[in-house]
Design a binder for this molecule. Structure first.
Ligand SMILES: *[C@@H]1O[C@H](CO)[C@@H](O)[C@H](O)[C@H]1NC(C)=O
Ligand SMILES: *[C@@H]1O[C@H](CO)[C@@H](O)[C@H](O)[C@H]1NC(C)=O
Ligand SMILES: *[C@@H]1O[C@H](CO)[C@@H](O)[C@H](O)[C@H]1NC(C)=O
Length: 440
């Protein structure tokens, strides 16, 4: 489930390779691209001669740039002028003197005392395709291999690194800090990673601590209908290295915001902005994810909100990270996300179950999970025709959403606990195998 919401966390329940949906999406995409393509050809001529055809994502349509500011906006300014207005901003150099930027060489990271029974979550292919396998290993093991393999780390910032990560000044609104953030994630690779086109269920401040990254973003207010990002519930099926404009004709006249960031820079990616990320050279980023609705509500609630000085010693170990549940308090993001999932693809109960089954390390879902999902589906399929559709979605009353939220969150934590258990067992086996190898 986590993955549905924010994209990456390897100990997560998600839709990744939901075959039934995949097939349905493939068929629907083919149908719509056929009709889309022929309409396009009649209107605009041959899309294959348009700028950006078979080029990387972001090379078609119009090129745009975002605002750049050389300091952290004060929290109130940030919430009012960027978050509330859904406006991205690049903040070059603002994290330059943070401990993480100054200290985090591989030698330093190697020298840290990292508990032996902990692992970090890893992706295994630099070109992201969410049907790829994830794995996990001890942080120091990862450091030893990441320059030679495609493995890269995508996981919550580990506890032993949190004291080095400063909470960006723009997020140091006391009320926001008190609510806590949802996640602080760490992205660590030797470069060459290439993400799918996706949205996140959170507001996002991404700070680069080493290396370079480039982002291509689309404004959902203008271009949400130019690309289907509901593939497997969470992203677009477009090949980011070679955009076929006959299949994705909307991208021929979308606007693309291009941003490069380098170590010490932060980038604000507003809630629901569509984006794609590449990394270059040895690189490490930490991004903060927090609930859009509760932070945006702060401004409406109180005139005197966010007073206080930036505290440069306020580090990640001193703030709460509430995980997915923080955004579940407010039903807005759950509804937004479910709308995206069913906008093009009606779902049956089996498809909903497959979503969970697929990410469950135990294979078949436990009986209680099955029962909970039946209950959830009852609440989603309002007109009881066996399909949960966008029409049902728009009519679902808030009390149903509340039950859905509570059931799904109970289910997610239950399955995640199981997954962690499976992972620990797997890791113990790996350590054992390693020990045997060394004995030989
Ligand atoms: C990995 O490569 C980077 C960049 O070349 C280098 O700075 C780093 O020390 C290497 N790490 C290891 C563990 O070899
Ligand atoms: C992921 O890989 C599968 C199988 O190789 C492919 O069919 C699919 O298009 C890929 N998806 C993306 C988003 O690249
Ligand atoms: C980002 O960097 C690339 C490679 O150096 C360059 O071609 C591109 O113009 C840069 N984009 C922006 C928006 O600065």
């Amino acid at each position: 489930m986590l993955r549905l919401f924010h994209g990456h966390s390897h100990v997560s329940i998600s839709t990744m390779s939901l075959c039934i949906i995949v097939w349905q999406v493939v068929i629907l995409t083919c149908l719509s691209s056929l009709s889309g393509a022929s309409q396009k050809e009649e209107k605009n001529g041959d899309p294959t001669i348009l700028k950006g055809h078979l080029q990387p994502f972001g090379e078609s349509g119009q090129r745009r740039e975002i605002e750049v500011r050389n300091d952290f906006p004060e929290p109130y300014d940030f919430l009012k002028n960027y978050l509330k207005k859904s406006k991205p901003v690049k903040l070059p150099g603002v994290m330059r003197d943070s401990r993480a930027v100054r200290l985090w060489t591989d030698a330093y990271l190697m020298s840290l005392d990292v508990p032996a029974d902990t692992v970090v979550g890893l992706e295994t292919k630099k070109k992201e395709n969410r049907s790829q396998e994830t794995t996990s290993m001890h942080f120091h093991e990862f450091l030893k291999i990441y320059n030679q393999t495609e493995h890269y780390m995508v996981d919550d910032v580990p506890k032993y690194l949190r004291p080095d990560v400063m909470v960006p000044c723009s997020l140091q609104c006391p009320e926001l800090v008190e609510q806590g953030f949802a996640f602080a994630m760490m992205w660590f690779s030797s470069g060459g990673t290439n993400s799918v086109v996706h949205t996140d269920a959170f507001d996002n401040l991404n700070c680069l601590l080493r290396g370079q990254k480039s982002f291509v973003m689309m404004d959902p207010a203008r271009d949400r209908d130019k690309i289907d990002i509901s593939h497997n519930g969470a992203y677009s099926a477009v090949d980011v290295d070679s955009v076929d404009l006959t299949k994705f004709p909307g991208l021929a006249d979308a606007e693309f915001y291009h941003v490069n960031v380098t170590a010490g820079d932060c980038l604000y990616i507003p809630y629901r902005w569509i984006h794609q990320v590449r990394s270059f050279n040895s690189n490490v980023a930490v991004n903060f994810w927090w609930d859009h609705y509760s932070s945006s509500d702060l401004l409406d609630r109180d005139e005197a909100v966010c007073q206080g000085q930036c505290d440069r010693s306020l580090t990640l170990d001193k703030v709460e990270l509430n995980g997915q549940d923080s955004s579940m308090d407010n039903l807005g993001s759950l509804k937004d996300w479910m709308r995206d999932v069913v906008i093009n693809n009606p779902m049956t109960i089996e498809m909903v179950k497959d979503m969970f089954r697929d990410e469950y390390a135990g294979g078949e879902l436990p009986e209680i999970a099955d029962k909970l999902l039946n209950e959830v589906f009852e609440k989603l399929d309002l007109n009881k025709d066996g399909q949960y559709t966008i029409d049902d979605n728009e009519e679902i009353p808030d009390e149903n959403w509340e039950t859905i939220r509570d059931d799904v969150s109970a289910l997610t934590s239950m399955l995640e606990e199981d997954n962690l258990k499976f992972e620990r067992e797997e890791y113990a086996q790996y350590v054992e195998a390693d020990r045997k190898r060394e004995e030989l």
